[in-house]
Design a protein around this ligand. Structure first.
Ligand SMILES: Nc1ncnc2c1ncn2[C@@H]1O[C@H](COP(=O)(O)OP(=O)(O)OP(=O)(O)O)[C@@H](O)[C@H]1O
Length: 470
């Protein structure tokens, strides 16, 4: 004991310096943070200081009647040490939306007890929403959001740098502000539905802007809502597309035919060229790029025309053929590097044939007017999750909010997708124009398997059949 007291004058300044440094760092972080994060930091401090008391009130403590070693040693002779009340240890972190509390479970205070107390914790911490999830054995993570991430609009500024993982599609954040992404590996088709002005284009803009700096991705767009590439939603991106068609059904048919021909060539050449049966085993590359076909206003090309006059018959024959071709790409294109994204205000069977829609593994829906439209976009199960239904997203505050079925998890998740300003899309497209090359050209220079060896074309070549980009 005497030695400890003797060393105190040396140790104390070190301890004071460490504490002062820690406080200074905290203060610096607070000053530099945005307004939302500052409010969350203050909230995190309140959570830390109030935890012992709150845990007792919320029934998240346990009484340990067996004295610990220290209790036994220090208890006065002939007395029984008083039982100890144990409180789960917590660590608190703050971000823009609220706090993340990691807690250690105790005997009889586990996941279920924390989940049962979630409502109470939300009220005490003044959170709009609190979720409790497992965080490894014996631990839980409590997410409390002060602000509702779903009604907090966000913006995405594309970096212009090639992504490290081409199979990750970052969609946005969920209702607890946790990032949501889907894996595009082995996904042949995605459907995106929602009423006009709900945010579908912004979602696609982000995907294109994030992937555009990579040489291993090529894009073709069929936009049924416009007649030329310089009109409409894809005008800013047109220079990064290797092919574009508008609402002309014959031109669209020619583009789909060309892509199916490429799909066939790829299917027969893949073993010789890549040495695997599935492109995703080696990933997309410049010579074998992931070929993304975006069909916006998909009903324009695929709807079922009914009528006996020659004009309607011609249109019906074209849309039936388009449906057959798109079906080919969705059903057979996965392993050879095709991704078809079908965007439509309505994805009911009359707009997009169910034999295409129902084989797309990823389905997203922005706001919908009716329960039937929600079921068409997300499947019958959405009826069992009324709180997550896109029908509840009709308020303007929910523009940019989509619903998606979670891969490998029951239920649906609501996602706040960020807005991508048109100027950013234009900037990225301009900077990456030189990367737009028809993926068929890599296969064109050789007769085909066996012994196929593709070479990268040096110039951007005009794509036959597709509308020339202005
Ligand atoms: N994620 C978002 N966050 C905030 N606002 C958004 C978001 N996405 C879109 N908006 C706003 O909504 C407007 C319409 O969005 P967008 O063009 O993406 O809708 P859309 O669903 O593609 O409509 P349409 O079916 O008519 O093409 C945008 O101009 C923008 O002002």
């Amino acid at each position: 004991m005497g030695t400890v007291i003797a060393h105190a004058p040396d140790v104390l300044p070190v301890v004071i310096a460490l504490v002062a440094g820690w406080l200074l760092l905290g203060l610096l972080r607070y000053v530099r943070a945005d307004r939302g994060t500052r409010a969350s930091i203050r909230q995190a401090v309140r959570v830390c200081f109030g935890w012992m008391r709150l845990a007792r009130m919320a029934g998240l403590t346990v009484t340990d009647k067996t004295p610990g070693l220290l209790g036994q040693l220090t208890a006065p002779k002939g007395t029984t040490p008083t039982p100890r009340v144990l409180t789960p240890k917590i660590k608190v972190a703050a971000d823009q939306f609220g706090v993340v509390v990691r807690a250690k479970c105790l005997p009889k205070v586990g996941l279920e007890e924390f989940q049962g107390a979630a409502r109470f914790l939300a009220d005490s911490w003044r959170c709009t929403r609190v979720s409790v999830l497992p965080d490894g054995p014996g631990r839980v993570v409590i997410r409390g959001v002060r602000l509702d991430p779903l009604v907090t609009q966000t913006e995405h500024r594309p970096t212009g740098r090639p992504p490290t993982d081409l199979s990750r599609w970052e969609l946005g954040v969920d209702e607890y502000a946790a990032p949501v992404c889907v894996s595009l590996a082995n996904v042949p088709g995605v459907t995106v539905a929602g009423v006009p002005g709900a945010g579908k284009t912004s979602l696609i803009n982000r995907l294109v802007c994030d992937l555009a700096p990579s040489r291993a991705v090529q894009f073709a767009v069929a936009d049924g809502k416009v007649s030329a590439a310089y009109e409409g939603d894809y005008a800013d991106l047109r220079s990064r597309l290797f092919a574009f068609v508008g609402d002309d059904l014959d031109e669209a048919n020619a583009l789909f035919k060309r892509l199916v021909a490429l799909r066939r060539t790829r299917s027969s050449a893949i073993r010789d060229v890549l040495g695997v049966k599935n492109m995703w085993h080696v990933g997309p590359s410049e010579v074998w790029p992931l070929t993304v076909l975006i069909i916006d206003g998909a009903h324009t090309y695929l709807r079922d025309y009914k009528g006996n006059d020659p004009q309607t018959k011609h249109l019906a024959a074209l849309t039936a053929d388009n449906a057959r071709l798109v079906e080919d790409l969705v059903k057979k294109g996965r392993s050879v590097g095709f991704l078809v994204i079908l965007v439509s205000q309505k994805v009911t069977g009359d707009a997009i044939p169910t034999f295409i829609r129902d084989v797309c593994p990823v389905g997203l829906s922005f706001a919908q007017k009716t329960a039937e439209a929600a079921v068409a976009a997300l499947g019958d199960d959405i009826r069992n999750w009324p709180d997550a239904s896109p029908v509840t997203l009709q308020d303007p505050a929910y523009v940019g909010v989509a619903v998606m079925a979670m891969q490998g998890r029951p239920g649906f998740t609501r996602i706040r997708t960020p807005y991508v300003p048109d100027a950013d899309a234009a900037r990225i497209a301009e900077a990456t124009t030189h990367l737009a090359i028809d993926p068929a050209l890599y296969l064109e220079s050789v007769p085909g398997p066996p012994g196929w060896a593709g070479t990268a074309p040096t110039d951007r070549t005009v794509v036959p059949l597709a509308k020339r980009l202005p």
